[in-house]
Every structure is written in C-alpha cells, then in structure tokens.
Design a protein around this ligand. Structure first.
Ligand SMILES: [Zn+2]
Length: 320
C-alpha cells in the first residue's frame, strides 16, 4: 500500500478515535471514590476481615528519631513515598464461627474526616455492629478506641470490650490525667470518652498478663508503645496471625531499620525492644501478621533482609 492511499484512511481513523474518546469522557466522569475498605482471608477455620478506618497524612520527618533527614528521604524514596506519608488505620474482624471479635475500632470522630470509616466498612463487609460479641483493644490511643463511639454512645451495643489492666490503669485514671502535662491530657480524655460508656454499662473487662480471651485467641503483653500495649495472637488449625497493633508505624523506615523510633511511643526503649523481638519472631516463624498502620489491608509476612526486614503484603485472594 502506498503512502498516498493510506493517508486519507489514517486521517479518518484518527478522527474516529478523537471523536470516541471525547464521547467517552463526557459519558463517564471520574468516580473519585475508592473500593469498599475491607479485605477477607481465611485462617484455618476462622475468617478474618481487615477493615479500613481510612488514612491520614503522617508527618514522619517530625515524628521519627534515630534516622537523619537524608536517610529518611532515601528510605521513603525506596518505597516511592514522600513526607507526609499517607498512613492507613486498620482494624481486624475475626469470625471464629462461634464469636465475632473486633480488634481495634479506628478513630471514630477523634482524628477528622479522613478517618472514622471502620463502621461503614464493617457494614459493607456484610456484618452489623450489633453482631460484634467482643472488642479487643491493642492500646487506648484515639485512633484505636475512637470507633467505640457513635454520637457519644457505644457503637457496638452488644459487645464487651477487653484491654489489658495495665492499659486501663494508665489511661482511665483521673489522677494520671491531672498529673500529666497540659499537652498530654487529651490522650487521657479521648481514652476515657471512648471507654467510659462501656465501663458504666458493665461492658469493659480488663485482663491481666498473657491470657486466652476466646478459643484460638490470646493476648500477649508488649508494653512500650503504651504501658499496656497488647498483641493478639489468632490461631486456627495450625495457622497463626499476630495482630501487632502499633509495634511499628512507618514501614518504609522501620522495616529496613527497626531501631528507628517514633515519638508516639510512651517508653521508646521498651518499644524498641518489642519491635525487634516481634519482627525477629515473625521472620523466624513465617506466620501471618496484621498491623494497625501497615498499608491497608495490613496483612502479610515478614522476612529477614540484611540487617533489617522486608514486608511481603498478602497475595490477593478472591476466596472462591
Ligand atoms: Zn495507632
């Protein structure tokens, strides 16, 4: 075919492409919404549903220590991120077949409009808040307990809330709050606001030490991030998922170098020991892990990589 013959055809075809793409833009506006924030996986006989509470911009340069600005920029760059880092807040719903148990509740109204979506995502995932039997709290920071409330009342009408006694003693104490510096009082206020309606209703049952809370689910004390920070170990048919709460916050920096510390930790030395211990254990045993601030759905595995670790997010499962 000669160029002279093909040009008119080319021009005609080009015009059609232009016309059809213009039509497509007009008839299909951008949706500007994300997929529903839940992700499901099977763990033995249990069904785990990761629930997104949303994301927030974390100003990691102001919050991380034991890392230079240059090292942080390089670490973020390796993960194709910039400061501030869009950071997930996740909760996890466990259906054991006998009980429906929620681990952490998201921020509710405590952290503004980009968070507080856990309840709507729980509903989108096929459950109702009234069906939740128990709620296990890793610790009482606002982004983990704020979702206990809807309009100041318990959002989970039939649930009993569990957390460690050490955590309750720290955050629910008016004497502690009165003794705290002015810029630290809001943490106590938000914990009390979230928990006290359950305490008043006789629906808060703290536990002591490492204890089985339901068949296949046990609490493990991991103090440091807060005084009574707890991990929850879920086991069914030889499969294990460790929900590690706030053992880490910034994957891009803290997996390659677990000694990087965040200012949120109440006792940073103890938190560092926990992080090293929990990371080493996860890499050695190869079980599932779930993190409150890992990129949603926050479920994956860890393996050793040089002097640090590499996080491997869960392979997508369609659950046929
Ligand atoms: Zn948190």
């Amino acid at each position: 075919m000669s160029i002279a013959m093909s040009l008119p055809r080319f021009a005609a075809a080009f015009a059609i492409v232009l016309l059809s793409s213009a039509t497509a833009e007009a008839s299909a506006p951008l949706q500007k919404t994300q997929a529903p924030g839940y992700y499901r996986m099977v763990l033995g006989d249990f069904e785990i549903t990761a629930l997104s509470d949303g994301t927030f911009p974390m100003e990691v340069g102001k919050l991380l220590t034991h890392i230079t600005p240059q090292q942080l920029e390089a670490a973020l760059g390796r993960s194709f991120l910039k400061d501030p880092v869009e950071t997930s807040v996740n909760g996890f719903l466990i259906n054991t077949g006998a009980k429906l148990i929620l681990v952490d509740t998201g921020a509710g109204t405590f952290f503004g409009p980009t968070l507080g979506k856990l309840l709507s995502n729980l509903k989108a995932s096929g459950y109702q808040p009234e069906q939740v039997d128990e709620i296990y709290i890793t610790h009482m920071h606002g982004d983990h307990v704020g979702g206990l409330l809807t309009d100041g009342k318990p959002a989970f009408a039939n649930a009993t809330v569990r957390a460690s006694q050490a955590e309750a003693d720290y955050w629910l104490s008016k004497a502690h709050m009165d003794a705290a510096p002015a810029d630290r009082k809001d943490g106590y206020q938000s914990a009390m606001a979230a928990l006290n309606p359950y305490v008043a209703a006789g629906k808060f049952k703290p536990f002591r030490g490492d204890v089985e809370l339901a068949p296949g689910i046990r609490a493990v004390a991991a103090p440091g991030h807060t005084a009574g920070h707890s991990l929850y170990v879920i086991e069914s048919k030889g499969e294990t998922l460790v929900l590690w709460g706030d053992v880490m916050h910034v994957a891009a920096a803290q997996f390659p170098d677990p000694s990087v510390i965040i200012r949120f930790d109440t006792d940073s030395a103890a938190a560092l020991l926990q992080r090293k211990k929990v990371f080493a254990d996860a890499a050695e045993h190869g079980y599932w892990l779930g993190g409150a601030h890992l990129q949603f759905p926050g479920i994956g595995h860890l393996r050793s990589a040089g002097t640090g670790y590499l996080y491997v997010p869960a392979n997508y499962s369609a659950m046929h």
